[in-house]
Design a protein around this ligand. Structure first.
Ligand SMILES: [Zn+2]
Length: 164
């Protein structure tokens, strides 16, 4: 499925949900949902507001962003995640999984894709449970923090040797 299909799909889901709850479908709501589904990683409410004020024709207040994020969450279209002490929001693509690499040093988070892992997880039996998605958090150090750590260790070793 390409991105345009995904977006028109979630727009439809949002429309159905709003109708069910007797709420209005507004262009702002559609734009916000599209913005979340246009990025492949988790995004904070602040980043989303900034993104909206940069790219959107609408002026959307931060309160509106928060209210709508809550609504999307209730509709099952967006998931709230806690990462490195921050609250972020991400799309809940039902079939898709997310693999995250989280650096314990600087907190940098990158996402990667592996069809091999995806296939294995799809094959994993989940008894009495209907899985709708998954997230795999992998912890470690990024290359920059690894290099930093090595430098610091070398310095410590040198100091130790000098003392002898
Ligand atoms: Zn790092």
């Amino acid at each position: 499925m390409d991105k345009a299909d995904v977006i028109s799909g979630v727009r439809q889901e949002l429309a159905d949900y709003l109708r069910l709850k007797s709420k209005r479908i507004t262009p702002e709501r559609n734009q916000l949902l599209e913005a979340i589904y246009s990025v492949d990683s988790a995004i904070s409410a602040e980043e989303l507001s900034e993104e909206m004020s940069r790219s959107s024709r609408f002026r959307i207040s931060r309160a509106t962003v928060y209210n709508n994020l809550k609504l999307f969450e209730d509709a099952g279209l967006v998931r709230k995640v806690f990462l490195n002490g921050r609250i972020l929001y991400e799309r809940t693509d039902r079939s898709k999984g997310v693999i995250r690499l989280i650096c314990g040093g600087c907190g940098k988070t990158t996402e990667m894709n592996s069809d091999k892992v995806r296939r294995q997880i799809a094959l994993m039996p989940t008894r009495r449970f209907n899985a709708t998605g998954w997230v795999l958090n992998m912890y470690g150090l990024c290359s920059r923090c690894t290099a930093d750590l090595k430098r610091r260790q070398n310095r410590l070793n040198k100091k130790h040797k000098d003392k002898k």
